[in-house]
Design a protein around this ligand. Structure first.
Ligand code: RP5
Length: 160
C-alpha cells in the first residue's frame, strides 16, 4: 500500500480482533492505512510520539480503539488536531460500557468522534474515516457511494 492516510491504533494486541474490522473496511475501499499497538498505560511515550508525528507523516484520520479505562483516543486527540475516531472495545468486566463512557465523555474543546461498542463501531470508524477523506477525493467518493448502494441492494423486500 502507498502512503498511509489512516492510522488505526489500539491499546493492546487483544483489541485487534475488534479493530481489524476497521482495517477490513479501509481495505475494501482502497484506503492506505497503518496499524499500531499504542497503549496509553503501558507505552505512554509511544503514544506521545505517535500523536505528535502523525500529521507530519501524512496521516489524515486516526482511528483509536481501547477497552476498559480507555484513555487512548482522548489522549491522542489532546495532542493532534487530526480527526480522532474512538472505538470502545468490549471489556470482560463491563462489556464495553466502561470503554464507551471513558471515550465518549470528552470535555468541550477536545473532540473524539465516538462510535458504537465493538465490531460495529470499528467497521463504522473505517466508514467514517472514508467519508472524511472522500470530501477531497472524488475516486474514493465514488467507491464509497458504490459500496453503500451495494449494501442497500442486498436488503430483500421480504424476510422470506
Ligand atoms: C486496554 O486494556 C486495551 O485497550 C484492552 O482493550 C484492555 C485489555 O488489554 P490486555 O490486558 O488484553 O492487553 O488497555
Amino acid at each position: 500500500m502507498s502512503q498511509p492516510l489512516v492510522g488505526i491504533i489500539m491499546g493492546s494486541t487483544s483489541d485487534w480482533e475488534t479493530m481489524s474490522r476497521a482495517a477490513e473496511m479501509l481495505e475494501t475501499l482502497g484506503i492506505a492505512h497503518e496499524t499500531r499497538v499504542v497503549s496509553a498505560h503501558r507505552t505512554p511515550d509511544r503514544l506521545v510520539a505517535y500523536a505528535r508525528e502523525a500529521e507530519g507523516r501524512g496521516i489524515r484520520v486516526i482511528v483509536a480503539g481501547a477497552g476498559g479505562a480507555a484513555h487512548l483516543p482522548g489522549m491522542v486527540a489532546a495532542m493532534t488536531h487530526l480527526p480522532v475516531l474512538g472505538v470502545p472495545v468490549r471489556s470482560k468486566s463491563l462489556s464495553g460500557l466502561d470503554s464507551l463512557l471513558s471515550i465518549v465523555q470528552m470535555p468541550a474543546g477536545i473532540p473524539v468522534g465516538t462510535l458504537a461498542i465493538g465490531e460495529a463501531g470499528a467497521a463504522n470508524a473505517g466508514l467514517m474515516a472514508a467519508s472524511i477523506l472522500a470530501l477531497n477525493d472524488e475516486g474514493l467518493r465514488d467507491r464509497l457511494v458504490a459500496w453503500r448502494q451495494a449494501q442497500t441492494d442486498k436488503v430483500p423486500d421480504s424476510p422470506q
